[in-house]
Design a protein around this ligand. Structure first.
Ligand code: ADP
Ligand code: UDP
Length: 235
């Protein structure tokens, strides 16, 4: 597969066209940002970990019936993926209170929710990704009802599969963000699943093994990413 010009450079990844109009190459960077890009830094080794972790989880999800953009891992940092039209919704699932949810609702972090919950943000940097519901998504033509139904169903399946999988690694899946895209009329899982996009706590010690270590200056950021990667057993 021939790598062609860069289509996009985001905060965590670069995206390249290929000689196949249906396929892209994503290249994961070590760059880290938080708080709407205001805080910037580097997490050494993050790109390779996030690339390989995403692909590992996406393979597992495919087996469980969730279609994904994964085509082929090309090397440590780069993966060939299906080129989708991203649905401009950040889909957030939560199992425990944390982050903006805990703050908004005046809760401590780490309280188990009575059931998993789902929320949408409108993926729009200028507006700082505002919280919206499915009626807004319909009213703004961001997705159809059928697409929202598919996204909701897949998102809860992703949660179920990942929760069980991480539990086996001694990790509690607190919350996560995923993105979906349209590929030849079908909704498929795109983007990434990594310590950048999930809150992962050690089940025993509740130590944070995710990007909150960077966001909150907790130290040992690289170690946390390495620890999650080590537990995946894919070295
Ligand atoms: P951001 O855009 O938030 O800075 P990234 O640095 O992760 O995020 O950039 C990757 C971009 O590529 C994101 O905007 C994401 O929605 C998009 N993307 C992810 N997977 C695909 C795909 N399969 N096809 C097209 N775009 C994708
Ligand atoms: N998240 C993300 N990208 C975003 C916003 C959130 O990957 O732009 C993830 C975040 O890592 C966490 C979950 O979504 O796992 C819920 O984040 P929250 O709404 O609590 O926001 P935050 O506290 O990160 O601002």
């Amino acid at each position: 597969m021939e790598k062609r010009e860069q289509l996009y450079e985001g905060k965590a990844k670069k995206v390249f066209l290929t000689d196949d109009p249906d396929l892209l190459i994503v290249s994961y960077k070590d760059d880290a940002t938080a708080f709407d890009g205001q805080k910037k830094g580097t997490i050494v080794g993050k790109g390779a970990i996030n690339n390989r972790m995403t692909n590992h989880i996406f393979r597992l999800l495919e087996k469980k019936g969730v279609p994904t953009h994964l085509v082929e891992e090309l090397n440590d940092r780069e993966t060939l993926v299906k080129k989708v039209e991203i649905v401009p919704l950040e889909v957030i699932i939560r199992n425990f209170s944390a982050g903006s949810f805990a703050k908004k609702l005046g809760m401590e972090e780490g309280i188990k929710l009575a059931c998993p919950t789902l929320e949408f943000s409108y993926k729009n940097d200028d507006l700082h990704d505002p919280f919206i519901n499915s009626y807004y998504a319909l009213a703004l033509n961001l997705a159809t009802q059928e697409e929202i139904d598919a996204i909701t169903k897949y998102a809860f399946t992703v949660n179920q599969v990942m929760r069980e999988y991480f539990a086996g690694l001694g990790i509690e899946l607190i919350d996560f963000k995923i993105e979906f895209g349209r590929y030849h009329g079908q909704i498929i899982l795109a983007d990434e699943v990594s310590p950048d996009t999930c809150r992962l706590w050690d089940k025993e010690t509740h130590e944070k093994l995710d990007k909150d270590r960077f966001r909150r200056d907790l130290g040992n950021v690289e170690d946390a990413y390495q620890e999650v990667f080590r537990r995946l057993g894919i070295q």
